[in-house]
Write a protein that binds this ligand. Structure first.
Ligand code: SF4
Ligand code: FES
Length: 256
């Protein structure tokens, strides 16, 4: 890959052409807020919190850093008054959509937003449409159990036809990545309830300790991916213990 020079906040760096500006900035230790970015996923550009100021020859414009490829002669500033104003506006729009999303309060405060100037919604939970759950489920898990529906202010993340998420395997990745806690799940013994997607998944029990630890559907998806390699039905705790015991036996055998 061809290397090119770029300048971020006055620091000149040599990077691969088409590297994402957000990754380059973060490698330099520059803090850029994000809500829809995840390094494991492709660029998305939905939340607009990562806005930066870009200059090339006599032109200057604002662009989202998470989907800005570094090209020749770009100079980037991450902290100008225009950048700060734009991020604040983006955060106000986000907070107006999910005014009760407490996990966003610290970031909102940092960006100078206490109360959004826009009319607040109170009918769609805490979803800010960052798309992390949808993209993770599709691109990383390969299941596509959920997706966006509707347009404009009625846009939501939901299951196909708003029915029970038949394809959901209960892996909980959507719960992990959701920045607002909108996606809810509950384990009650033998079932995992993906409450937001209306899916109830039967859990498999560990063959050693008998604790329920993984939805049967998730186990099957992983087993199928392993193609011929047998996946033991053992929970992470017992697996760790087994590994430590094996290591201990190996050491004992070696020294005796
Ligand atoms: S449910 Fe959470 S992760 Fe999914 S789009 Fe909404 S805020 Fe993002
Ligand atoms: S992180 Fe760049 S637009 Fe959301």
């Amino acid at each position: 890959m061809a290397k090119i020079k770029t300048i971020i906040d006055g620091i000149e760096v040599e990077v691969e052409r088409d590297s994402w500006a957000i990754d380059v900035a973060r490698e330099l230790g520059i803090d850029i807020p994000t809500l829809c970015y995840h390094p494991a996923l492709g660029p998305y550009g939905a939340c607009r919190l990562c806005v930066v100021e870009v200059t090339k020859s006599k032109w200057t414009w604002l662009a989202t850093a998470c989907d800005l490829p570094i090209r020749e002669e770009l100079s980037i500033k991450t902290n100008t008054p225009e950048v700060i104003r734009s991020r604040k506006m983006a955060m106000e729009l986000i907070m107006a959509r999910a005014p009760r999303a407490e996990s966003l309060f610290p970031l909102a405060e940092k960006l100078g937003v206490t109360k959004p100037r826009f009319k607040c919604r109170d009918d769609i939970g805490n979803c800010i449409l960052c798309g992390l759950c949808v993209r993770m489920c599709d691109q990383i898990i390969g299941v596509s159990a959920i997706n966006f529906a509707n347009r404009g202010h009625k846009r939501i993340v939901t299951t196909p036809l708003h029915k029970k998420a038949d394809k959901c395997i209960g892996c909980n990745v959507c719960v992990e990545v959701c920045p607002t806690g909108h996606v809810k799940t509950l384990d009650d013994g033998s079932f995992r309830h993906m409450q937001t997607w209306d899916a109830d998944l039967e859990m498999l029990h560990c063959l050693i300790c008998d604790k329920p630890y993984i939805p049967a559907k998730q186990f099957k998806v992983i087993s199928d991916k392993l193609e011929g390699i047998e996946l033991k039905r053992i929970c992470p705790v017992c697996r760790r213990k087994e590994t430590v015991d094996n290591l201990r036996y190996a050491v004992v055998e070696k020294v005796s």
